[in-house]
Design a protein around this ligand. Structure first.
Ligand code: COA
Length: 250
């Protein structure tokens, strides 16, 4: 487990909360492991009817860049902890909600594509700066983002890495709604309780049907992204981009 991932219980709603505020909730391998384990436990436990993914003042600054820089420690082809977490999230059978405040970077944005409800702060700052780090899209975003927000906007966001607000995310269809920052957590909790009160079998089957038409295409997209991302991580240009970020903080 990781001290940086807190598990909160509120009746049938399980909240998985990122808690590494000094690093804007940048995600380490241990945090991905704890998140995947919490999801797998919540999938098994009958009493859990909905899961909320939340952070604090920030949702997450994305993958910890020191961990990216260390990718060569892994055998080529071996899946990273982030991909294993994304697979657990994509396969999660019960409703998942996200409460997004502050920064939602990289996987912090792409994981939202696997959530059923996204409550964003109007002022949240989302971005997918993959190319800036000499990387490529992950999390199925090369497929799913265009489906959500249209190909023009998806291409711009994924290629440029330019930031956009929670309000823009809601207008584009990536977020369910955008609210004043102070209302985000309560609204996510309210919607989670609403879904948790419904007949669980019907909710699960509905979620399965909603996701089923693109399940095979999503698997193929995620596999292709994973292969490419793994190669990019080891590239000289990506390693230079990570080193530049880490020098900044040194
Ligand atoms: N990995 C590791 N450390 C990170 C991090 C990340 N992804 N994101 C932020 N941090 C650390 C910073 O290095 C800094 O640490 P320090 O206080 O020890 O120097 C701390 O978190 C606070 O971040 P800071 O950059 O000072 O905050 P900011 O408000 O000026 O900027 C961001 C916030 C998110 C825009 C900026 O931190 C950033 O661009 N982070 C990298 C995001 C990224 O590229 N993620 C990977 C996507 S694929």
């Amino acid at each position: 487990m990781s001290d940086h991932v807190l598990i909160e219980h509120a009746g049938p709603v399980r909240t998985i909360r990122l808690h590494r505020p000094e690093k804007k909730n940048a995600l380490t391998r241990a945090m991905y492991g704890a998140m995947a384990a919490a999801l797998n436990a919540a999938a098994e436990e009958e009493a859990v009817r909905a899961v909320v993914l939340a952070g604090g003042a920030d949702f997450t600054a994305g993958n910890d860049i020191a961990d990216f820089a260390d990718a060569t420690a892994r055998a080529p082809g071996e899946p990273g902890a982030g991909f294993l977490f994304l697979e657990a999230l994509a396969a999660f059978p019960k409703p998942v909600l996200a409460a997004v405040r502050g920064h939602a970077v990289g996987i912090g944005t792409t994981l939202l594509l696997h959530c059923d409800v996204v409550v964003a702060s109007e002022t949240a700052r989302l971005m997918t700066p993959f190319t800036k780090l000499a990387l490529v899209p992950e999390g199925g975003s090369s497929l799913l983002l265009a489906q959500r927000v249209g190909p023009a906007r998806a291409s711009w966001w994924l290629l440029s890495g330019e930031a956009f607000s929670g309000r823009e995310a809601a207008e584009a269809g990536l977020a369910t709604c955008a609210l004043p920052d102070a209302e985000v957590e309560a609204e996510a909790a309210r919607r989670a309780a609403q879904l948790a009160a419904l007949p669980p079998g019907a909710v699960r089957e509905s979620k399965r049907l909603i996701r089923a038409p693109q399940a095979a295409a999503l698997q193929a997209a995620m596999a292709a992204e994973r292969a490419s991302f793994g190669e990019r991580l080891r590239s000289a240009e990506a390693q230079a981009a990570f080193a530049a970020f880490l020098r900044r903080s040194a």
